[in-house]
Design a protein around this ligand. Sequence first.
Ligand SMILES: NC(=O)C1=CN([C@@H]2O[C@H](COP(=O)(O)OP(=O)(O)OC[C@H]3O[C@@H](n4cnc5c(N)ncnc54)[C@H](O)[C@@H]3O)[C@@H](O)[C@H]2O)C=CC1
Ligand SMILES: CC(C)CC(=O)C(=O)O
Ligand SMILES: [Mg+2]
Length: 345
Amino acid sequence: MPKVVVLPGDGIGPEVCASAVEVLQKVAPDVQLEYHLLGGGAYDQTGSPFPDATREAVLSCDAVLLGTVGGAQNSPWNSLPRPLRPESGLLQLRKALGVYANLRPVKVMPGLESLSPLREDLAKQVDVLIVRELLGGAYFDPRRAIDGDAAYNTIGYSKLEVDRVARVAFEAAKTRKGEVTSVDKANVLEVSELWRGVVQHLHDTEYPDIKLEHEYVDSVAMLLVKTPGRYDVIVTENLFGDILSDLAAVIPGSLGVMPSASLGDGPGLYEPIHGSAPDIAGKGIANPSGTILSVAMLLRHSLGRDAEAKRIEDAVQAALTEVRTPDLGGKGTTQELGAAVLARL
Ligand SMILES: NC(=O)C1=CN([C@@H]2O[C@H](COP(=O)(O)OP(=O)(O)OC[C@H]3O[C@@H](n4cnc5c(N)ncnc54)[C@H](O)[C@@H]3O)[C@@H](O)[C@H]2O)C=CC1
Ligand SMILES: CC(C)CC(=O)C(=O)O
Ligand SMILES: [Mg+2]
């Protein structure tokens, strides 16, 4: 029996996770679920945002489903020492799982083009996979400090770290249009020069049939929302990928519909790309689609159940034609949208 560890987390995390778990149980009733703590709530209960019990559970399961972590801007969690903050719990989780490649698909679902600010003909062309490096760069580099009146962080990458995530992008491109855009800032950053060289070398030696372009992140930020149809697979470092994927969430209509899969050599981690949304937490109006679609990615990537994954994606698409939460301009609740998805399964 496959085991999935569920980490509802903070804010809207438990709300969107509840809908996603109902969907998982409906399409894969054999999956065994185990709930654990992560984030601010975990700190409050155990003194750690990533308790040992959670670490042990995620390392011995088939996949992890995560809601979100973090508090509001004035949350007492934000004045904790950084390693104790909810977001550090999430980073520690990713590190423990070794999930170095974060896949963030951006699509306008057929029939839902009106939700996109793009012209309908442009919206129909969007099918981008952002492959974000997830364990390196500024979020993890130990060269960081607040030093009196100054502070610094460092974006460091080794060749190995770049090679392994670029490989994921090239492999993904093989199953898609066969195009990879590597996004960097090589006109000013040494780390980007190394990144570009590694990606180019891997391309030339192992993936010569894939079309490879290198583009600067500032220009991609503009083109990604203006003419996203020009991209197939985008591969980029951690911080650029974090920002570009939230930006890309404008395209399907809301951050709330964006799922993700984080993959490495062990159990995969599946989570919506949004945060804990303190402004709407507890109101029952969060859009659960991103988390439900993350369940589809879990079934596809960790359990090899493509047919069930597709059923969920079709059900979300159909449900959204009828029920919309406020982020998509509707009046629906999390529960109503979740129920509409279940009804179609
Ligand atoms: N993976 C994670 O757990 C992440 C956690 N965070 C944390 O979340 C907290 C809030 O961060 P924010 O910058 O406000 O980003 P956020 O992603 O939580 O929210 C940004 C905006 O999008 C809306 N939104 C997000 N998800 C939604 C959904 N499913 N349905 C409807 N509307 C949704 C929110 O209401 C808000 O207006 C912070 O503590 C931050 O550190 C932020 C990003 C990722
Ligand atoms: C809160 C951060 C650690 C994570 C984040 O924004 C993300 O992974 O998208
Ligand atoms: Mg983010």
